[in-house]
Design a protein around this ligand. Structure first.
Ligand code: NCD
Length: 316
């Protein structure tokens, strides 16, 4: 066990993490720098002692594999404990308890909480009610800030920079919260060229495109091959079936884009293929063994990044 005691930026203690919009570039840089530190310590010591006696509550009103398990792992690696639920079936939510009452209760059992909820804005609301920091693990189609920070960390680790890259986002850009968050973050870095590839029904909502256009070059297209050709990063998303009001529309749009070996063969050699996961069929498994595939590395990198975030907001 390693006792980790370094003075942290005090204004982080007690802070909720709801949207990249609440961050400035200095905040992002600090998280990336602390994540690197956590990565080194993690590899050296396995378990730290920073969060001993602290409790993380994981409130997952929606399905999750990576976000929940990696937050649990991050808290364990910091020496803390985890309580929580996954799905509301076994909780008083199924008896009609309000979000506000659930949050007020969980806050009395924990030092920090991570919440995933189908309603946009729910994480912000929870943070207004909760006396302990709330981390947004995804609120509907809106935001997923911790995914973005681990995406940035993965890009930085592999490319050595985040600015001046050509990035192509592919798939369901309407409902994927991961790309909405990532867009806000990329706008903080200079010289990013962003290609948005989607069926026209699933384009990035115009308010994002308008806002992001102020800080980067954006090209929207339905043509995957032309966008991928000059990209440093291809960020693939799943068509978000659960968000479609009309299941038939999903049936028509599923399988719109598939990244396979022949797509990669026509891309730059150093292209990095990212995906927040889970995937359905948008990246063929034949790509997994290529050096361009970075998605399981993203899952791996979520641990030091989420350790850094937990540590910062708990002020330990
Ligand atoms: C994403 C999510 O939940 O938004 N998953 C994740 O957290 N890694 C992506 C998705 O569900 O498609």
């Amino acid at each position: 066990m390693y006792i980790f005691r370094i003075a942290m930026a005090t204004d982080w203690k007690g802070r909720s993490i709801i949207s990249l919009r609440d961050f400035d570039k200095k905040d992002v840089d600090l998280v990336l720098q602390q994540s690197k530190k956590m990565d080194t310590l993690l590899q050296k010591h396995g378990v730290l002692d920073a969060a001993r006696g602290k409790v993380l509550a994981t409130l997952f009103f929606e399905p999750s594999t990576r976000t929940r398990l990696s937050f649990e792992t991050a808290m364990s690696r910091l020496g803390g404990k985890v309580i929580g639920f996954s799905g509301t079936e076994g909780t008083s939510v199924s008896k009609g308890e309000t979000l506000s009452d659930t949050i007020q209760t969980a806050a009395r059992y924990s030092d920090v909480m991570v919440m995933r909820h189908p309603l946009e804005g729910s994480a912000r609301r929870a943070s207004e009610i909760s006396p302990v920091p709330v981390i947004n693990g995804g609120d509907g189609a809106n935001q997923h800030p911790t995914q973005t920070l681990l995406d940035l960390y993965t890009i930085l680790k592999s490319k050595g920079r985040i600015g001046s890259l050509a990035i192509t986002m592919v798939g369901d850009l309407k409902y994927s919260r991961t790309v909405h968050s990532l867009g806000y973050a990329l706008a903080m870095f200079k010289g990013v060229k962003l290609n948005l590839v989607s069926p026209k029904e699933l384009r990035m909502p115009s308010h994002y495109v308008d806002e992001l256009s102020a800080s980067m070059t954006i090209r929207e297209t339905e043509n995957l091959a032309s966008a991928v050709k000059d990209s440093d990063i291809v960020y693939v998303t799943r068509i978000q079936r659960e968000r479609f009001p009309d299941p038939q529309e999903y049936e028509q749009l599923k399988g719109s884009y598939v990244i396979n070996r022949s797509v990669i063969a026509r891309a730059r050699k150093g292209v990095m293929v990212m995906h927040p996961l889970p995937r359905v069929d948008e990246i063929s498994t034949g790509v997994d063994s290529l050096e361009q595939a970075a998605y399981f590395e993203q899952a791996r990198n979520s641990i030091p990044v989420r350790m850094a975030l937990l540590k910062l907001v708990m002020g330990v």
